[in-house]
Structure formats: C-alpha cells, structure tokens
Design a binder for this molecule. Structure first.
Ligand SMILES: [Fe+2]
Length: 438
C-alpha cells in the first residue's frame, strides 16, 4: 500500500501518540483485585471476538463492531490506564488474527493498516479517558446524573474521534474533498447503532457495581443483539447479491453488454467521487448503477436484441424498462433510497428523456450521474449496429451533449475522470450529432 505523503504523516503521528499513550498507561497500571484481572482478561477475549466477528455493512462501506461497548465499559470500570491497555491488546491481537487468516500473499503490506487501526483506537480511548481523568472520575461509578452525563460525553468523544480518524485517512488517501460532509453524514447514519453500544457499556458498568458475575450475565443479551444485527445485514447483502446476479444474467442475454452494468457502476462511482459527493451518495451511485437496467428482464428478446433500429411501437416497450426496474427494486429496503435514481436514469438535462420528461435539477443527481456513465459506456462499446467510437470522437460527442442530454457539471466531472483536463463547450458548428440512445 503506497500512502500519499500527508496520509503517511497522519499515520506516523497516530502511531507515535498511541505508543506514548500505551507506555504511559503501562507504567501507571495496576490490578487492584483478582476481579479486575478476570474482568480485564474476559474483556480482552470478548473484544477480540467482537472485532473478529464485526459486521460489515456493504451499503455504507463500513464495519460496525460491538467491541466499542466492551472498550467503553473497560474504560469506565477499569479506568483510563487499563482501558488503554485493553484496547491495545484486543485490537492488536484481532488485527494480527484477521490479517494472518486473510488471503493476502504479502503479509508485510498489512503493517500500515494494522498500525493505523490499532493506533487510532488507542488514541480514541486515550482521549475519552482524558475526560474521565480530568474530572477525577476513574473508575466511573454510575451513581448520580453527572456520572451518566460524563459517560455519555466520553462516548461522544470516542464516537466523533473514531469516525474522524477513519474518514480522515480515507480523505487523505483518496484526496476526497468532503471530509466534514462525510463526517456529518456518517454521524447521522451510525448514531443509533453507536448509541445502542454506548448504552450497553453503561449497562455493563452498572452491573459491575453489583458483582463481576452480573457483568457476565449481561453478555447473553448483548451477544443476541450482535448476532441479530449480523443476521439482518446478511439478509440485506444476500438480497442485493440476488438482484445483482439477475442483472448480470440479463446482461448476458445481450452479448454486447455483458459487463455493462458493472462498468457503468464503476464509472458512476468515479464521477460521484470527482464531484466530491459523500461516501453514502457514492455508495448509492454504485448500488443504483448495478441494477439500473434490471427492468430489461421484461423486454422481449425480439426488441432487446434487435440489430436494427426499433419501430415506434417497439421503442415504446423499450422505454418502459426504467419504470419496471424501479418497480422491481422498490420493495427492498436496501434499494429504497435509489429507486428515483434508477427510475430517472434515462431523463435528459433538456427534458427530452423518459419516462417523465424531467428537466435540469428536477432529475435526481444520481440519475444524472448514472446517465453520463451509461452514455459513456455505450459510446465506447461495440454495439450490434455500430463499432465503438474512438476516444477523440467520444470526447467530442460528450462535449456536444453537455448541457443538452447531460448535466454540464456531471459532464465536466466525467471528462475530468476520463482524463480530459478542460471541458469547454465547443463552438456550435463543431457539435456532432447527438449520442445514440442506450
Ligand atoms: Fe437503461
């Protein structure tokens, strides 16, 4: 993994801070009782398991691990020093375990991700611990309202820092411009899940004040929450895979567009990134583009595969495919937010598209992005009725339909993505004939 200079500096800084924190914590740590030792060991094992069985949420390109509840409970019960050592031990062991069991042939390439992941967690917990230490609340006894408020404040520090570090490294590595926007969006997306984990940490802390064994008792419902969430996400993932598979099978019916949806999705993602859209919007562009033509499943072969131009009647049937695509996906929760993007992917900036003849910004932004990616893919692919256009001709056509078929800003982003630096509208006489319908 070759990190840009700024990202490398960020990782080194985090590693140094984490090392200082771990050394400082080690010199100040002591186990007050046998119960503390048992709890520390149990928490390391639980956090290790939670990290290994973390839930990957594909729709958000994010991993949610219940280990946050364990880390926070460790911080509250054991105090900042042991809390930092707990996070260090559990995250390092889980990272080593996961990388060791991964398929990567070159394990040395894992050193930077491991160093980053462990360090960012250690620094996050150290910062949350500072808050407790500053107010002399360590370990934290949940007695009065102020104790609860303090626990929630340290959860807030953990939550914001954790998200900031992860989004920050992605922003520095991929030069994404929208750090604050992505952060705000992620806070909104994950607040409930993180809050549930915070409440779990409070529950563990409150039960520990009764006895160590009460803590162990609480682990059963917590495990159940964890397993249910994993099951829910797995169902969503399977539903998505099924639809993408149908989409691929459909593509295979048409030999010329066998990998069409996938390529359109990849380009739509690049355009969305180029336009500085948030991570969530980029994911939505990907999800929508992958199934954007699924409605063609209902179009007969005689029309879909016809080598010549379509008659008016056939064209009317063909034009129904975005509506059918939208109807097919709207029942599934994962596609709910992208139904509009799929439905309006054939609308055109000047209102000449279908199915509703929407114009300009009436067309959802994601639909405009997928349309641009779709047109580019069609122009650069051999079709039954013509060969693929050359790179120069494709650029000329795209510049020609910038502002007519395509949103000018989306067209500019597309031209930048494909390596055309300046996207100026050509003079009128240079405008080529409109792009063929796709
Ligand atoms: Fe389509």
């Amino acid at each position: 993994m070759r990190l840009p200079y700024r990202a490398g500096f960020f990782v080194v800084l985090l590693v140094l801070l984490a090392l200082a924190s771990v050394v400082f914590a080690a010199t100040r740590s002591s186990f007050a009782s046998a119960d503390t030792v048992i709890l520390f060991v149990v928490f390391v094992i639980l956090a290790l398991l939670a990290e290994i069985y973390a839930t990957w949420v594909p729709a958000y390109n994010w991993e949610i691990s219940s280990s946050i509840a364990i880390y926070l409970a460790g911080l509250f019960i054991l105090g900042p020093s042991l809390g930092v050592l707990l996070v260090f031990a559990a995250s390092l062991l889980s990272e080593l375990f996961l990388r060791w069991n991964s398929d990567e042939s070159d394990r040395t390439s894992s050193i930077i991700p491991i160093a980053f992941n462990v360090s960012q967690l250690v620094v996050t917990v150290t910062a949350a611990g500072f808050l407790l230490q500053a107010l002399h609340k360590q370990p934290l006894q949940l007695i009065g309202l102020s104790d609860f408020l303090l626990a929630i404040a340290s959860f807030g520090v953990y939550f914001i820092l954790n998200l900031s570090f992860v989004i920050g490294i992605v922003a520095l590595t991929e030069k994404r411009k929208s750090f604050l926007h992505t952060l705000a969006e992620s806070i909104r997306q994950f607040f409930v899940q993180y809050l549930v984990l915070c409440v779990s940490a409070l529950l563990l802390t409150a039960l520990y004040s009764l006895s160590l064994w009460h803590v162990l008792l609480a682990l059963f419902p917590l495990t159940l929450v964890h397993v249910s969430f994993r099951g829910y996400v797995r169902l969503q993932t399977e539903a998505r895979k099924t639809f993408e598979q149908i989409s691929r099978l459909l593509d295979e019916r048409d030999h010329y567009t066998a990998v069409h949806s996938q390529q359109v999705a990849e380009l739509a993602v690049e355009i969305a990134m180029e336009m500085g859209l948030s991570q969530r919007e980029i994911e939505k562009a990907d999800i929508a583009a992958r199934v954007h033509d699924i409605g063609k499943v209902a179009i007969p072969d005689s029309i879909l595969l016809k080598p010549g131009p379509l008659s008016e009647e056939e064209w009317a049937i063909m034009k129904r495919h975005p509506v059918i695509s939208a109807e097919l996906i709207e029942g599934l929760e994962i596609y709910g937010p992208v139904v509009d993007a799929v439905l309006h992917e054939h609308e055109r900036w000047d209102g000449s598209g279908y199915p509703d003849g929407l114009k300009g910004e009436e067309i959802p932004l994601l639909a405009r992005i997928i349309a641009a990616a779709d047109i580019y893919n069609a122009l650069t692919t051999d079709r039954p009725y013509r060969k693929a256009f050359s790179a120069e001709k494709t650029v000329a056509i795209l510049e020609g339909i910038r502002g007519t078929d395509l949103d000018p800003q989306v067209a500019d982003a597309l031209l930048r993505v494909i390596g055309v630096a300046s996207a100026e509208a050509p003079a009128l006489e240079e405008i080529p004939s409109p792009a063929p319908e796709v």
